[in-house]
Design a protein around this ligand. Structure first.
Ligand SMILES: *Cc1c(COP(=O)(O)O)cnc(C)c1O
Length: 418
């Protein structure tokens, strides 16, 4: 059973002990609301599941990089998986420990490599031959040694959406085992590279543990092959990807079941095991609150136009993702079937289709499971200021990112000087 901080009491929606209607009225809409306790609990669920096994749970920063979210996890001693220098700057600002940071991504710039080396990160997850040579030369110029893992592509089908499937050989991520062998030999002989581990990440929103186990089995077999050559790895990084329940039928495995499945497949305690969960930590610990602007009928079809749009939450438009949408106050009236749409001038601007809702203009609705890949993927399309972000802790609430102003949006722009 995966629990969430969202519940209803006397018709009103709450996150932990906080009434979400009051949050919407107090901070305005659209706004994202996150549960600090929920985020803590989910990270701890991964961490505790490892028990005596040496391990590091590296939160995937790209999922939700708000400083208060990173701070919450840093305080627990979390590791972090970053994909840019900007994310490293956020981790450091939030009080994260650089020595627990792993750096993923297919296109690290030289400047990002220098920043990460100077900060003393735990490991670079190297994704190509060209990147390995580039990292070696950057480290050499600084007279440093870069700790590395190679991201291998275990070529298993994660059975998820094509856009978030990364472990097949046709994807741009990682290298084949064959190429990895050559590159590990090269790295082991380099004075400016230090082999630390091996890494993979097969995809996101995984609801089936079998492909993850298959990937782990293949990675371990390869690690043993390296061992016979005298190339010793200190850690195995199985990436992120554990899915969450967007709807009741999803039945995502718990973090404990996921970790146990990985440990069963890895079957050896002499390497540190890293995981990089993102969605599974924050996804169901966030909601997007929005106000109903108006209701509209078109040829028998009903639309609910709200003040949040695809620029605030792009998952439905980008991945055809389904997220639950509920009335913040369930007024026990008969629900109407509506398409929930935003004001942006795109047909793809919808958050949900054929939803049963009772809300009327000026009432509030909540899009659930919005803590992951929500705010971080938002944009200013249609010159819409990005939403405020609020964090709840028990009965307390605080704004952890102010709503953007129009001034923020035009900062840096100039009229052409004739
Ligand atoms: C996106 C990503 C993650 C996190 O994925 P989730 O599905 O959110 O857990 C972890 N590692 C890497 C390399 C990623 O690209």
């Amino acid at each position: 059973m995966n629990v969430t901080p969202i519940h209803r009491h006397n018709g009103m929606l709450y996150m932990d002990h906080v009434n979400l209607q009051q949050i919407a009225e107090h901070y305005g809409t659209p706004c994202y609301v996150y549960s600090r306790q929920g985020i803590r609990q989910r990270w701890l669920a991964f961490d505790n599941a490892f028990a005596q096994q040496p391990h590091l749970v590296c939160y995937a920063v790209k999922t939700n990089s708000n400083l208060a979210v990173l701070q919450t996890l840093a305080q627990l001693g979390a590791g972090f998986d970053i994909v840019s220098g900007g994310e490293l700057a956020r981790v450091l600002k939030a009080g994260g420990d650089a020595s627990k940071v792993v750096f993923s991504g297919v296109g690290k710039s030289e400047a990002e490599m220098r920043f990460a080396l100077a900060s003393g990160i735990k490991c670079f997850n190297v994704e190509s031959e060209a990147e390995l040579y580039r990292l070696e030369s950057v480290a050499k110029a600084l007279n440093m040694v870069a700790p590395i893992s190679l991201r291998v592509n275990p070529d298993v089908d994660p059975k998820t959406h094509a856009y978030i499937s990364t472990g097949l050989k046709e994807n741009k991520f990682g290298v084949s085992f064959k190429q990895a062998l050559t590159l590990y030999r090269y790295a082991a002989a380099s004075a400016h590279l230090m082999v630390q581990g091996i890494d993979c990440h097969i995809g996101s929103q995984l609801l089936d543990l079998a492909p993850l186990q298959e990937a782990a089995t293949r990675v371990v077999a390869f690690q043993q092959q390296l061992n016979t050559e005298g190339i010793r790895l200190h850690h195995i990084d199985m990436g992120g990807g554990l899915g969450i329940d967007y709807q009741d039928s999803d039945q995502a495995p718990t973090p404990a079941a996921y970790v146990q499945a990985l440990l069963d497949a890895i079957q050896q305690a002499d390497m540190e095991v890293l995981v990089e969960p993102g969605r599974a930590i924050v996804g169901n610990n966030g909601v997007l609150l929005s106000k109903v602007e108006l209701l509209k009928e078109n040829e028998g079809k009903s639309f609910m136009v709200i003040d949040a749009a695809m620029n605030d939450l792009i998952r439905p438009a980008l991945y055809d993702a389904w997220q639950s949408i509920v009335d913040v106050y369930d007024n026990a009236q008969v629900a109407q079937s509506v398409d929930v749409v935003g004001p942006v001038c795109e047909t793809g601007d919808f958050l949900g289709k054929s939803r049963q809702l009772t809300s009327q203009p000026n009432d509030y609705i909540a899009v659930l499971s919005a803590g992951a890949y929500g705010f971080v993927m938002s944009s200013n399309y249609n010159t819409r200021p990005r939403a405020a972000e609020i964090m709840v802790d028990g009965a307390q609430h605080q704004c952890v990112r102010a709503r953007e102003t129009l001034e923020d949006l035009m900062r840096g722009e100039r009229l052409f000087n004739e």
